[in-house]
Design a protein around this ligand. Sequence first.
Ligand code: ZN
Length: 152
Amino acid sequence: MAIDDLYQEILMDHYKNPRNKGKLHDADLEVHAKNPFCGDEVELDIIWDGGRIKDIHFVGQGCVISQASVSLLTEHVKGKTLEEIEEVIQEFSAMIRGELEKIDEDKLDELCALQGVSKFPTRIKCALLAWNTLKKVVQERKAELEGKGKVG
Ligand code: ZN
C-alpha cells in the first residue's frame, strides 16, 4: 500500500468512526471554535486532573480534514500533562505549516496522516482548528494553576 493511501485511509477512518466523539456531561470546560472559511465547527469538552487532561471528547461537523484532525487530537492528548500536550501541539502545528525539516514519525504517529495538508494552504485552518483551540486552553490552564488566572 502506498504511503499516501495509508494516510488517506487513516483520515477516512477517523472521519467515519470518530474517537471520543460526543459530549462529556461532567466536563470542567467546554470550548467552541469555528473555521468560517470552510464551515468547520468543533467543541472540546475537557475534564482536568490537576495539570493533566483526564478525559477529552469532541462534538463537531465539517470537512474530513477538520473532523479527522480533532478525532486524532483527542487520542493523542488524553491522559497527558500540559507540558506533553504543548509539545505535541507544537510539533503537529509545525508539520501542518510545513516547517519541519524532518517529521518524527515515532512522536507524531498517526498524526503524520495529516502531513499532506501542508501543501494546501487553504486547508491548514481546517487541520489546526481544534489544535489552536486546545493550545489556548492549555495556556489558560497553566496560568490558572500558577495562580495567574483571570481575577473575577
Ligand atoms: Zn475544513
